[in-house]
Design a protein around this ligand. Structure first.
Ligand code: CTP
Length: 408
């Protein structure tokens, strides 16, 4: 497919280099059309080396080739990432002062725009009106993510991950931006709990929260109303998803239990600590300096945390609703294979679906690619998904959920 990647003049331009990579690796023929301002952030050699094509920003080079008309006319897909407030304004008003804005006027293919700017600019009525105009005309404007912006400030305005833009762009071409979860209320837990020992220390785990965020974003993109209970997650999350931050297993349990009954599907992705310190020290635990016992160290006594997933199953009073999906991070051992352990866990926890992946220290945690098997309690065949990005696997999990979901 012939793709035009328009790059606006924002700090997030560097992320578009990764997007370009994804598009090229997918076998697409990509022409990069930066604005002059974009080249202040990422220079022409980067775009030329990654795309294998010369780049130009104005309409005065290669005149005989009529690039200001041809590039747009021939495109099968135009993506603009990042789109600045200025670029959105120019596109909405049909200005054509440089090559990219000419491409936007001549393209008749799907156009996908990923804005990135500071929250104040994104929320300004002028930008809102420009976005509304573009959407009315059929341009796919992706919601920016919330999270850390260029400075120390946070809020909506971050460019979504290259994978998210890539997927939204391909979906726009397929014309099947499926909305098959419209009307479905989804509650997802993600991240890893932290169990405090004293004011500065905690027992935690390596979970990044990526898979849960991918599930939440995939569901939202398919029309679901999504709440994400996020334990210590520092990732950006697409705007439109309600995020409830928590730290400990008990806080996570409280939020999940209080909300589960109002949802159609509950997905427990969070890595919940099975144990927490029995006692919390109000002040920092100090070393002793006893010359007679220089190696003295405290013993930390642990107590069990509740099994939140099993608790949600037990609390379910409305028949099959909500559908409950568990995750299992398994390793095979002397007493059984990954799958045997997982089947036993599905029985033990009583959930409807169990998404299983095999973990080793460095196999999955924090990585973008994953492979999972979805086990179903209703006796349906297990579904294997991946290796693929966590977002692609997330869509496969939602397909499996939809397969098993009683009619809404
Ligand atoms: N889970 C939970 N509460 C816990 C522990 C885990 O709700 N205290 C949930 C996780 O969110 C996940 C599933 O249970 O959906 C499986 O987690 P895992 O840690 O693999 O299961 P465990 O029950 O801890 O199994 P084991 O320690 O026997 O491997």
């Amino acid at each position: 497919m012939r793709v035009v990647l328009g790059v606006g003049g924002g700090i997030a331009a560097y992320k578009s280099a990764l997007l370009l990579r994804l598009l090229s690796e997918g076998g697409h023929d990509v022409t990069v059309v930066p604005t002059d301002a974009a080249l202040q952030f990422v220079g022409a050699p980067t775009w030329e080396a990654l795309s294998g094509r010369a780049v130009q920003t104005d309409v005065w080079s290669n005149i005989t080739d009529v690039p200001h008309v041809r590039i747009g006319q021939e495109a099968d897909l135009v993506i603009v990432a990042p789109a600045t407030a200025d670029l959105l304004a120019k596109a909405a008003h049909g200005l054509a002062g440089d090559l990219l804005t000419n491409v936007l006027l001549t393209a008749r293919c799907p156009v996908v725009v990923a804005p990135a700017m500071h929250t104040e600019m994104w929320e300004h009525p002028a930008t809102r009106a420009n976005v509304a105009t573009l959407r009315e005309r059929g341009v796919h404007v992706i919601e920016p993510a919330s999270g850390r912006l260029t400075g120390a400030d946070t809020g909506p305005g971050r460019l979504p991950d290259p994978e998210t833009i890539h997927e939204a762009a391909l979906a726009a071409v397929d014309g099947d931006a499926t909305e098959d979860l419209t009307g479905t209320r989804v509650l997802v837990s993600t991240g890893g709990t932290r169990e405090p020992l004293d004011p500065v220390r905690y027992l935690g785990n390596r979970s990044s929260g990526k898979q849960g965020v991918a599930l939440a974003e995939a569901a939202a993109a398919r029309g679901a109303t999504v709440t994400l209970v996020a334990a210590n997650v520092s990732l950006p999350v697409a705007a439109g998803i309600e995020v409830v931050p928590v730290q400990t297993a008990l806080e996570l349990q409280e939020q999940m239990s209080a909300r589960a009954a109002d949802h159609d599907v509950v997905v427990m992705v969070a890595a919940v600590a099975d144990f927490r310190p029995a006692d919390y020290a109000e002040s920092k635990i100090k070393k002793t300096h006893d010359p007679a016992d220089p190696d003295a160290a405290p013993t930390i006594r642990l107590v069990r945390n509740p099994d939140i997933l099993a608790g949600l199953v037990a609390e379910r009073t409305g028949g099959e609703r909500p559908m409950i999906v568990g995750f299992a991070a398994e390793t095979g051992d002397g007493s059984g294979s990954v799958l045997e352990h997982a089947r036993a866990k599905l029985e033990r926890k009583g959930c409807d679906l169990l998404v299983v992946n095999e973990v080793g220290r460095d196999l999955t945690f924090g990585r973008d690619e994953t492979t999972v098997i979805v086990l179903r309690r209703d006796g349906g065949e297990p579904v294997e998904l991946g290796p693929a990005s966590k977002r692609v696997v997330a869509d496969g999990i939602w397909d499996a959920v939809l397969d098993s979901l009683p009619t809404r």
